[in-house]
Design a protein around this ligand. Sequence first.
Ligand SMILES: *[C@@H]1O[C@H](CO)[C@@H](O)[C@H](O)[C@H]1NC(C)=O
Ligand SMILES: *[C@@H]1O[C@H](CO)[C@@H](O)[C@H](O)[C@H]1NC(C)=O
Ligand SMILES: *[C@@H]1O[C@H](CO)[C@@H](O)[C@H](O)[C@H]1NC(C)=O
Ligand SMILES: *[C@@H]1O[C@H](CO)[C@@H](O)[C@H](O)[C@H]1NC(C)=O
Ligand SMILES: *[C@@H]1O[C@H](CO)[C@@H](O)[C@H](O)[C@H]1NC(C)=O
Ligand SMILES: *[C@@H]1O[C@H](CO)[C@@H](O)[C@H](O)[C@H]1NC(C)=O
Length: 505
Amino acid sequence: MKLSFAPIHLGSLVLFAVTPCIFAQNSPLPLSQSTTCGENCQESVQLAVAFEQDSHAHTPLDDFYSIPASFKPSMKPGTLLRVEAHTNLTNYTVPAGLTMSRIMYTSQSLNGTIVPASAYVLWPYAPFEYTDKCYSNHKRGSKSQGKFPLVAWAHGTSGQFVHCAPSNYRSLQYHFMVPYNIALEGFAVVAPDYAGLGVTTRPNGEASHTWGASPAGANDVAYAIDAVRKAFPEYLAADGPFVAMGHSQGGSVIWAFAERQATAPQAGYRGTVSISPPTRVVDILNIALAKIASIPAAMLPAWALVTLSIQPKLIAAITTVYPSFNYSGMTPTSYDRWNNVVKPLQGCLPIEGLAFDILPSEIAKPNWTSHSSVVEWGNRVAVGGKKFKGPMLAIVGENDVVPVEVIEQDVDASCKVSKGQSLEMITYQRSEHFPVIQVSRMKWMGWIKERISGNDASGDCVKVGICGKKSVVKAFNSNYTLHSIPPNWLVQWVPTPKEMWKLSL
Ligand SMILES: *[C@@H]1O[C@H](CO)[C@@H](O)[C@H](O)[C@H]1NC(C)=O
Ligand SMILES: *[C@@H]1O[C@H](CO)[C@@H](O)[C@H](O)[C@H]1NC(C)=O
Ligand SMILES: *[C@@H]1O[C@H](CO)[C@@H](O)[C@H](O)[C@H]1NC(C)=O
Ligand SMILES: *[C@@H]1O[C@H](CO)[C@@H](O)[C@H](O)[C@H]1NC(C)=O
Ligand SMILES: *[C@@H]1O[C@H](CO)[C@@H](O)[C@H](O)[C@H]1NC(C)=O
Ligand SMILES: *[C@@H]1O[C@H](CO)[C@@H](O)[C@H](O)[C@H]1NC(C)=O
C-alpha cells in the first residue's frame, strides 16, 4: 500500500500528488480490503480523493451536518432542525453580491420514514422586481416589500455518500450552470442536498441517500420549501411565488415534484422546469441493454453506453431501499469496487469514475433487472404518465444521455391523464446532457420570470395552457460550438484527455 507517490507521470504532465496528511481522516488507507483494485487503480483513485477534497468546502463535513439531539423520527416532515443564517463563504466560489445560508429540516423517505435533510439557500444582491398578476395587490417584489421570489433547485447526481452534498461543494456543484445564475437574476434559491447527502442517518458509512428515488427527492424539495419559509419569514412570504427546476437526477425529482403538487399542493407554486430527466431509469437501462445485445457496438447511440455505466450505482441505490437485494446484480469485481473502494472512501463521482476502470462484462450480471426488487423499485420511482400540476417545461438535448423518445412518451402519457394542465417539451438540436442547460438558458430564465410574474401568453395570471406541444430549437453554427459533455469545463480547464474525469461534477 502506498501513502504517497510523487511525482507521477501522466503523458507529458507531471503531477505532484497527494501527501499522506490528506488521509488523516481515514488513516490507514482503507483500500486494503479490495481484491481487484491494483496499483494503477489505487493510484488513480488517490488522485480523485485529492481532487474531491479540493472541491469540497469542508473535509470532513463541518458540524452543521451533525443531527441535533432534538431530532425525533416522530416529528412532522418540514420541521426546521437548524438554521445557519450566514454561511462563511471563505471556502466557496459563490459570486460577489450573493450570500448563502444552510438549513436542516425533516423530510420523508421513499418508505415513509422521517429523516433529517440539509439544503443550501442562495440570496441575491437585491430581489428581482416584478408585478405579480396572480396576486391581488400586484405589488410583490417591489423594493419596499423586500421579499424574494423563490426557485427550488433539484441537482443532478453528485454521488451516493454523505460528502457528496452540493452544499459542501465549493461551487455548490452546479455553479454558473444554474444556481449562481438564478440568484444573480434576483431569485432566492433553495437547493436540497437530498436526504442522505450531507446529513446521514447511517454513520457506519453505508449510503443513506436513495439515489434515483424521485418521489423521495420530491419530498426533500417540498419540505425544503416549507422549512426555508419558516426559517426566513422576513425574506420569503409563506405563500410567495416559486418555480421548481431540476436537471438529470434532479429533472426526474422535479417531475415527481410536479406530480406531488397534484396531490399535495403548496402555496405559491407557479410551475416546473425539468431538464434531461431519466424519467424511467430501469426502463431506459433495459432499452439500452436490448440495443447493446442487438446492434453492433459502432452503431450504438452514446446514451446507451453511458447508461451501462450507471449499473453499479443503480444496484447500490436499490440496495439502500431493499437491503435484502444486497447488491445482487453486481459481479464480484463490481461488488469489490463499490464496497471496498468507493464506500470506504465515501467517494463521489470522480472517485466512482476512476474506481470503475473495469470491462463492460464486469459491470453487472446479465438479466439482473428482472429481479422482483428491481422491478418493484423501478415502478415506485418512475415519473411520467401520472397526474401532475403544471405548467411544466421539459427540456432535452438531441444527443442527450436520456433518450428523447422516452421523454416524448412520458410527456404524452402525462398529458393524457392530466386534463387541463400545461406541459411543453423542447428539444435542442445537437445538444447534450450538460450543454443543454446553457443552450436553453434564454428559454428557462424567461419562463421562470414569466411564471413568477403570473404571466401566461395573454399576459394574465397563469391559466390552462397546451399539453404535449413539442418543438425543436435549431442550433446556429453548431459545427463550431464546443459541446463539452462534462460540466466543469465552464469553470476549469484540463490540458489532457486523461484528466477529463476532473470535469465531471
Ligand atoms: C475552510 O476549509 C479549511 C480546510 O478544510 C478549514 O480548516 C476551515 O475551517 C474552513 N473555513 C471555514 C470558514 O469554514
Ligand atoms: C470566515 O472565516 C474566516 C476564516 O475562518 C474568517 O477570517 C472570516 O472573518 C470569516 N468571515 C466572516 C464574514 O465571518
Ligand atoms: C422499504 O420498503 C420496501 C417495500 O415495502 C421494503 O421491502 C424494504 O425493506 C424497506 N426498506 C427499508 C430500508 O426500510
Ligand atoms: C450480501 O452479499 C455479500 C457478498 O455476496 C455476502 O458476503 C453477505 O453476507 C450478504 N449479506 C446479506 C445480509 O445477505
Ligand atoms: C431473465 O429473468 C427472467 C425472470 O427471472 C426470466 O424469465 C428470463 O428467462 C431471464 N432471461 C434470460 C435471458 O436469462
Ligand atoms: C456540420 O458537420 C456535419 C458532420 O461533420 C456535416 O455533415 C455538415 O455538412 C456540417 N454542416 C455545416 C453547416 O457545415
